[in-house]
Design a protein around this ligand. Sequence first.
Ligand code: ZN
Length: 546
Amino acid sequence: MLQLICILGKNIVFMTAYNMLQIKGFLFFIFIQLNFLTAQQKFSKRQIQKIKIATIEAVDSRHKNTQVMIDKVFSFAELGFQEYESSAYLTGILEEAGFEVVKGISRIPTAWMARWSYGEGPTIALGSDVDCIPKASQYPGVAYHKPMVEGAPGHGEGHNSGIPVIVTAALTLQEQMKNNNLGGTLVVWPGVAEELVASKAWYVRDGYFDKIDMCIFTHVSSNLSVSYGQARGTGLISVEYTFEGEAAHSAGSPWRGRSALDAAELMNVGWNYKREHLHPLKRSHSIFTDAGDQPNVVPSKASIWFYLRDITYEGIMKMYNDANNIAEGAALMTDTKVSSKIVGTAWPRHFNKVIAETMYANIQTVGLPEWSEADQTLAKAVQQEVESKNINGLAVELSNLGKPLKYPRSGGSDDIGDISWTVPTVTLRFPSNIPGLQGHHWSNAIAMATPIAHKGGTAGAKVVATTVIDFLTQPALLKQAKDYFENVQSKETKYQPMISEKDPPPIYLNKGIMDQYRPALEKFYFDESKYDTYLEQLKIEYPTVK
Ligand SMILES: [Zn+2]
């Protein structure tokens, strides 16, 4: 009876309930109402297709809003842990749409989680990163180096497009869930400080993913793609070593000083000797974060910050152990003291086969955006400017479904790894950027507030939204995804956090840089009430090429 009622739709429920009221009393009426949204509805393939077509059209109708969000976040140009404007703007949109937003999660002021429920169903997390890159300030749409603010941060990774993709998908899904009576909960969240890999392991540690059934993450790319199994790239531990010695007059009484900088330099030298004996899949890099104040004072304090990367958790922890030993050795050699703190971690990523396969079918339906001649002209000019091997412009052929690698490949990391080992997860890569660029560079910012980013964002939102529709309409899919997660992915490898219960997120990072540049950047914030696009506000002819 209940099933029949659900299939017939809401109006019938009330009519039937009215009859029931007379026959079996008011309690039964309540029972039916409560169960109305909890009943597992069965949808035919045709019905699901119909909902997905409506979803794709609805995402298209939101293209203007997607464009504004992408342009707006681009203009904020905020580094990790300093995403105050971006967070206030994006949570404002979600709150207005009825999401319940919890701010400051994991004691990170710019982190948040936005939740919206409609009846009963799976809880699906939708996330993407939001921070930018130091010294990558760049005018969009201009095919050569032209900083908006010299030395300032900029979206030279393209994270400005990620949360807009997710927000567009989430707002579309709200409508579709109501229109089609699809029960479920949407949880939207930002990858704060992804460039520091310093938020997602904290979210996991603090339980924010405990009651999540699955996660769809998105990341900017130059094609529309998804993969499963161990992802290309590494995980990492980010550690800062601080040495303490004794100050002295560098000329008057150098023999009374013990240089902390000598220790930091020796640690770096020691690690570089170690490098010869590291497996080629490992990656490591360092910067000095404190190298003394001025030459005539023996530095009493110095710090060096390492990213230590490998393709397995065990490999990363071995590198960490080796680095600790080298730090101790450097301290012994210089009669200084050393301490260290973990400032970021990322597990190597592993993505879910069932979600990836489901998503890839939607990728094939959505396809790549139609690029204009102007888009291609810009892309080719940028590729030539940075001497890329790829000078073919924007992608016009879809990537294949990414299958587990025969041989692991090294490369970058993303702390979505920690979430991918906590709930079934995939990363959708969407085509908002130009192929063949070096990454973390001003050239990667050029496309990110142009029609390339806008069209790529709309394509990405379509894939996210239709994939969520699949999981809301077919409960068996989620069961299969969880089965893969538990019995294939986690069969031999068990997640263990690299941070302890006590490690705080390093929210002080980047504050000084943003304090320095924010006043100059504020003058460039996108004003969507006055201008249609950011290119229009900046008076940029699109494309501007040499
Ligand atoms: Zn990224």
